[in-house]
Structure formats: C-alpha cells, structure tokens
Design a protein around this ligand. Structure first.
Ligand code: SF4
Ligand code: SF4
Length: 464
C-alpha cells in the first residue's frame, strides 16, 4: 500500500486547508442547482434536458465506473445534497465555531443535536429507499420533473434531519445512494486509514473523532483509529486536519482489500444491487416490451402491470434471491464440514461474493449507456434547457453511438473480472473463517457455481 499523502505532500496540504471542503463542494452545489432549475423550467424531453443527460448518464457512469472503484466515496466529499443542512448545523461555511453544545465535543452546533435512534443505526432504510426508487426508475431517468422531486426531496429531508439529529444522520442512515456507495467502496483502490496503531493507542485526545479547535468531529460517526473499512467514511478529510500526530494516511491499495460484510443489512444491500442490475438489464435489453410498458405506467396507463412489476422486483431482491443464496450457503457449510462458523455467519460473510461481481455488472451495464447515448452530452452542453440555444455550437451534434460493435467486447472481460475478484475474495474470507485450505476450497464450490451461473445470465443478457 502506498500512502498518497507521503508521495504527494501537496495533496495533504490541500486537504488540510480549512476551506478544502467548501472549495470542492461549492462549484458542485452551484452546478447542481442550475440543473434543478433546468429540470424545472427546461424541456420535459429527457434526452434534451441537462438534468437527465448529465445526472443519469454522465454522473452515473463517472460514479460507478471511476469514482467508486478508484476513489472510494469521493463523491460524498463533493456531494451538494446534504450541505445546506451541514452549513445550518454549523452556521458557518468554513471556520470552526468553538463551543460545547454536545457534551464531549469542542464545537458549537445549532439545531436539536439529537442522537439517531438506535434501532435504525443500520442501512435498512437505505435499502428500502433505494428499492422503492428503483421501482420508479423509468420515470426518474427520463422525466426531469421526477428528478427534481427525488433530488429536491433529498435536499429538503437532509436539511430537516440535520436540524434534528446530530451530524450527517441523513448520509449515514437514509441516503439511498449512500448504501451502494458504501458497499462498493469496499472494493476501491483508495482508502483513508490511520497509519500506525501504536500512535493511536498512546494518544488519548481522540481529536479525529471529537474534532478540535481547527476541525469538526467526524460527521459520519467514524473513528479513524479503529476504522478498517471504507463503507462509512465520507472522505470529508476532517480527521486529517484534526490528528495532531499526522497519523492519517490516504492509501492506494489492491482492489477488493476490504472484505468484511458486518451485518445482515449489508448482505441484503449486496443482493438488492445485483438483482436490480438484472432487472434494469432485462428491462433495457430484453425483448419484453410489455415490461417497459408496465414500468412507464403513467404514459401507458398500465397500473396493474406496474404494481405486478414492482412486487416482482421487491420479491426478487428481498426473498427469491436471498433464499436461493441461503440454499447454496447451506450446501457450502455442509461441504466445509466445519463447526467453526454458523450458517448465519457464513451467509453474512460470503455475501461479499456479490460485491465485486455486482460492481462489475453495473459497470458493464453502464458501458452502452455512455457509448450509445454519450453524444447527448455534447448536444446538451450547448442547449441545457432544450430551448434551442447554441452556446458552444454543438446543439445539433447528432445522436451518434460510439463504436457500438465494441460494447460486448468490453462487457465480457468486465463480467469475467467481476467473477474472478469475487471468487478470489471469497477464498480470502474462507481462509479467515476456516483457517484451513481444504475446508475453504470445499466451501467455495457451491459459491463458485452460483457466481458462474449469475455471470452466465449476465453474459447472455449483454452478449446474446
Ligand atoms: S451519503 Fe448521499 S447525500 Fe451524503 S454525501 Fe454521500 S451521496 Fe451525498
Ligand atoms: S473518517 Fe475522517 S475522512 Fe472519513 S468521514 Fe470521518 S472525519 Fe471524514
């Protein structure tokens, strides 16, 4: 692992600046509000409105194919959605207000600063929110006004929650994007971690967690001294500023270095994401036009079909796939002949199988999105509202797929790479559980079969 802060000292200087987060969020915040306005007053035709083209094509592809695998939750560093709430909570854009609003913390905060209810300190709300949004995705990705409701709603909700609950309760427990960002960030090459455990053990100030007079506490309730996964670190860089011993590093590491799924909520997130990739792929690429009609129920009026489709999606994600996986886990446990682990533990830990594969499936799914529809981006830059402007002279750039014949040749290696990383990671997890090669390999046989079957299904869908 390479510490990028050591390799590029300038980078550390930048992120230690008090104004760093404001400087990276503000341009994004400004652009995002322009997009919201464009969605409100611009053309309702999705592929001519910058909100749809930029958010659901450009942003999505950048997020899933580049940011998450190579820069973890860097999107959360610049995300404009929760920032009004955070600014209101702190009543400052940059500086730290000293105070003692919350016992133990050294800053002044506004609002009620309540603790998030214990029973909801998990990602179930994110799972449910994402699943429900997915049922309406046909509207979300084609109708600008629907994006305004959803994204605007997220801003309003995050702001209200910031005034009631302390720190970024919205990001940790509600944001539907957060759940999959956290899960797939486990595969990422980038990770913020403490450098030396011994230094943390000796230093008792805990400024990284509590903040200091030059920094805010970790808004994500993380303690960098013990944090060992990327899942819930929003890369805000406050702990880098706080640590008086310079003991926080930004590491460049091998893919899929974090492999510990820690709860049933995270396991279900991995099922939901994989199943939704399947649902979207079927809907977009499959020959069943009727599914498209059901998904577009407001246009086609096919309400009963939509309800059937939504129930089918929920059933697949929440019951059918997990139940199938459970049977494979039972088989896996039986083959391992080990008493080291319960079926439940194995079920949770081996659910990591669907993380690398799931991410690569989503990337493969996104390839045609950008290669077939990417030319809309060039046109919409000149005419963001679809009002006939021609700011950069590219408004009439024709819809032109980029090398469409190459799409399957990019998707195949991506899917195989996902399969490879999933099996490789399972071997690592299995060795931790069984601490014996034979038992690990035996337990992997059913999982390898299941993963291969899933890969074949996606290959069939993408390549035919
Ligand atoms: S968790 Fe959601 S709202 Fe919060 S910063 Fe990340 S993407 Fe934005
Ligand atoms: S661990 Fe550090 S970088 Fe990550 S969210 Fe907390 S304070 Fe920010």
């Amino acid at each position: 692992m390479v510490d990028l802060f050591e390799k590029i000292p300038f980078l550390k200087k930048i992120v230690k600046l008090r104004a760093f987060q404001f400087a990276v969020i503000f341009p994004n915040f400004f652009l995002f509000y322009l997009f919201l306005i464009a969605a409100l007053v611009g053309t309702p035709v999705g592929n001519r409105n910058i909100m749809i083209v930029f958010v659901w094509i450009f942003w999505w592809v950048m997020l899933i194919a580049f940011m998450v695998p190579f820069a973890s939750r860097i999107w959360c560093t610049v995300c404009p959605l929760p920032i009004i709430g955070e600014w209101l909570q702190r009543r400052t854009l940059v500086k730290v207000r000293e105070g003692s609003t919350i016992p133990g913390f050294k800053q002044e905060f506004f609002g009620l600063n309540k603790q998030w209810p214990k029973r909801w300190r998990n990602i179930w709300l994110q799972n449910i929110g994402f699943l429900l949004l997915a049922c309406f995705s046909a509207h979300l990705v084609t109708r600008p006004i629907f994006s305004v409701f959803v994204l605007g709603g997220m801003i309003v909700l995050s702001t209200i929650l910031a005034l009631i609950y302390r720190f970024r309760a919205f990001c940790m427990y509600i944001c539907p994007v957060s759940g999959f960002l956290g899960l797939y960030a486990m595969t990422s090459k980038l990770a913020l971690r403490r450098k030396d455990k011994a230094v943390c053990d000796v230093h008792k100030g805990r400024e990284c967690f509590l903040g200091s007079e030059r920094s805010y506490p970790c808004s994500w309730f993380q303690n960098i001294c013990t944090m060992d996964r990327n899942n819930y670190c929003g890369l805000c860089m406050e702990c880098v500023k706080s640590c008086p011993d310079n003991n926080v590093g930004l590491f460049w590491r091998p893919f899929c270095s974090d492999v510990d799924i820690k709860g049933i909520d995270e396991a279900w997130k991995s099922f939901i994401m994989l199943c939704l990739a399947f649902v979207y792929s079927v809907n977009l690429l499959g020959p069943w036009g009727v599914l498209k009609d059901w998904a577009n129920f407001t246009e086609t009026g096919q309400w009963p079909g939509f309800i059937l489709l939504a129930l089918g999606i929920i059933l697949l994600c929440m019951v059918i796939f997990p139940a199938t996986y459970y049977l494979f886990i039972k088989w896996s446990k039986a083959l391992s002949r080990s008493k080291n682990v319960t079926t439940k533990d194995l079920f949770i830990k081996y659910s990591y199988a669907f993380v690398p594969l799931g991410l690569l499936v989503w990337i493969a799914f996104s390839v045609p999105l950008i290669m077939i529809n990417g030319s809309y981006i060039i046109a919409v830059i000149s005419d963001p509202l679809g009002w006939g402007w021609n700011i950069f002279g590219t408004t009439h750039f024709p819809w032109k797929p980029l090398l469409p014949e190459w799409v399957p040749y990019i998707q195949i290696p991506l899917l195989l790479m996902g399969l490879f990383y999933s099996i490789k990671s399972l071997y690592k997890i299995g060795m931790k559980i069984f601490s014996e090669k034979e038992a690990t390999v035996r337990s992997l046989i059913p999982m390898a079969i299941l993963l291969s079957l899933i890969t074949i299904v996606f290959l069939r869908l993408y390549v035919g």
